[in-house]
Design a protein around this ligand. Structure first.
Ligand SMILES: Nc1nc2c(c(=O)[nH]1)N[C@H]1C(S)=C(S)[C@@H](COP(=O)(O)O)O[C@H]1N2
Ligand SMILES: [Mo]
Length: 530
């Protein structure tokens, strides 16, 4: 490279570094400030959440397909990279036109403030970290690009250690070099690391609710889960267990940071079209008789054969009783539950009141709800996809109508009504597996919540459909394991399955994607017998 080119690269590189360091310091200062506001107010979170809120259905489906539940990590990295690029550009621009660099900082500040204000459960103080971050970023940018401000005018064009290239374009304010620059940049990076570290630590200390969760003692259920008549477990290797352990239970939500509500601080308000508003705290709620029920929860974003389904033993307070006490008006056909992070979920009132085990759950598989699954209280309604029933971190239920209110996912292209579709999944053998010849179990799970599974059939290649053996039914609200033993002959094979529910409906082979109201089709795998 020519000396001039090298010089250009070096000054621009140094200027870009100024931008990056100023940007990093701004983010660190914002993180630190968020420790005194709330975790959700950190600009990386508010900006990421705003992106999530604005993601159209197609893009969301794509992201889930590409990244699964790592989509949030990908988003965080994306926002971070974007910010870094902006910061570097601002640094380069500021070398020549400081005002333009500062304008860039201002624009980022406005964007982050707007992001904080656009969150549905926004608090006014949420803008403070963004404002502090922008101010710190601006000051850092000035100090780094115009070190004369810090060290006095004279030093600006007099590099201390003989790196004279920096002074070679005297018409453009130079980037400081030598020990003083190292002091500045090093100091800023050090300050950033300390601020961010202390900020994160303070956030953990101040907002972590795991202590509150460990203090929760659930009362024994007044109505324990009924014992199933025989084994719901077929005990086949690689088959999903009937009850999904909490650590394996899928997690789907829009929360970039998990909402953390201490049980002691939790309150639920039932209001809207009701005769008597109810406000109830955690102690009052758990003093009521609780039921314990096995219920299979399923995400509308679960593709045919997908992983976003699980069964837990939920303990909770029957929701219908509470609603009867509130006196929900007959015309209120929709219950909108709201979480502490502003998610809204709309559930048909009639479904909640029809006698099924709709509950405000406080326990999951014998423990208080895990924080990611909605601690301290969430809703669970058998038979409905999660996005229309299973509000986590619930703080409010409003009785309203479908005509009057669209819950979060509805304007984003998802159906207002979301009953779970009858479906089934092959767990073993795996797609693309190579299996030795002989007697092979073809096994999986089938579900038709609140209807119940009546039969599962298995088809190898184009041979006749075979009746699979079903595990004992736990309840109509849970999935059911099945197995069919296959005398497998060598060669490549296609295996597919279909379930029939207790209404007589046979799972359709029509392949439909997850939007707007849940995927259909027969789960089909290819495998080879060796
Ligand atoms: N507050 C809140 N509750 C929520 C969601 C959410 O994004 N925020 N997602 C819903 C969806 S789409 C599903 S499928 C279930 C998933 O519950 P889980 O994460 O406990 O499996 O939670 C539901 N409740
Ligand atoms: Mo979902």
């Amino acid at each position: 490279m020519s000396p001039a080119g090298g010089r250009l690269l070096r000054t621009h590189g140094a200027a870009a570094l100024n931008g990056l360091v100023a940007g990093g310091l701004a983010v660190a200062a914002a993180e630190f400030t968020a420790a005194f506001v709330r975790r959700e107010a950190a600009p990386l979170v508010t900006v990421g959440q705003s992106v999530i809120d604005r993601t159209p259905r197609g893009l969301k489906e794509w992201a889930i397909r590409q990244f699964g539940t790592d989509d949030k990590l990908v988003l965080r990295i994306g926002v971070g990279v974007l910010l870094a690029v902006f910061a570097a550009v601002i640094g380069v621009v500021a070398r020549r036109w400081l005002w333009a660099g500062l304008l860039g900082v201002g624009i980022l500040g406005v964007v982050t403030v707007a992001a904080a204000l656009s969150r549905p459960a926004e608090k006014d103080t949420d803008v403070v970290p963004a404002l502090v971050g922008a101010a710190v970023g601006a000051v850092a940018l000035v100090m780094l690009t115009r070190p004369g401000v810090v060290f006095g005018r004279r030093t600006e064009t007099a590099p201390a250690d003989g790196e004279s290239e920096a002074a070679a374009t005297p018409t453009v304010p130079v980037v400081a070099t030598g020990p003083r620059r190292r002091t500045l940049v090093g100091g800023a990076i050090g300050a950033g690391v300390v601020l961010a570290g202390v900020g994160r630590w303070l956030q953990d200390v101040r907002f972590d609710v795991s202590k509150s969760r460990s203090r929760v003692v659930l009362p024994p259920p007044a109505a324990p889960a009924p014992k199933p008549p025989a084994s719901t477990e077929l005990g086949i290797p690689d088959l999903s267990t009937h009850i999904t352990p909490n650590r394996d239970f899928y997690r789907i939500d829009t929360a970039l940071v998990v909402p953390e509500i201490r049980a002691e601080d939790w309150k639920l308000r039932i209001h809207g079209k009701v005769d008597r508003e109810i406000e109830i705290d955690f102690a009052q709620l758990t003093a009521r008789p609780t039921i314990e029920r096995d219920i299979t929860l399923c995400c509308v974003s679960n593709d045919v054969g997908g992983p976003y389904i699980g069964t837990a033993r939920w303990q909770g307070i029957p929701l219908a009783d509470l609603l009867r006490e509130a006196g929900v008006h007959p015309d209120a056909d929709q219950l909108v539950s709201r979480s502490s992070d502003g998610m809204t979920i709309g559930t048909p009132t009639a479904v909640v009141m029809d006698g099924r085990d709709a509950m405000l759950a406080v326990g999951m598989n014998g423990e208080p709800l895990p924080i990611v699954h909605g601690f301290p209280v969430r809703m669970v309604v058998p038979g409905l996809y999660g996005y229309v029933s299973a509000c986590k971190w619930i703080v409010e239920i409003e009785a309203t109508t479908f005509a009057d209110y669209d819950a979060y996912w509805v304007p984003r292209g998802w159906a207002a009504q979301g009953p779970v579709k009858t479906e089934s999944r092959i767990d073993t053998p795996r797609n693309m597996a190579k299996v030795p010849r002989g007697r092979i179990p073809v096994a999986g799970v089938a579900w038709a919540q609140h209807k119940g599974i009546a039969a599962v059939e298995v088809q190898i290649d184009d041979e006749p459909w075979q009746q699979a053996e079903l595990a004992a039914e736990d309840t109509v609200d849970t999935w059911r394991q099945f197995v069919w033993y296959w005398d497998a002959k060598p060669g490549p094979h296609r295996i597919r399955i279909r379930a029939t529910d207790k209404t007589g409906y046979v799972q359709t082979d029509e392949e439909v994607g997850v939007g707007p109201d849940g995927a259909t089709g027969w789960h089909t795998i290819s495998m080879t017998v060796t």
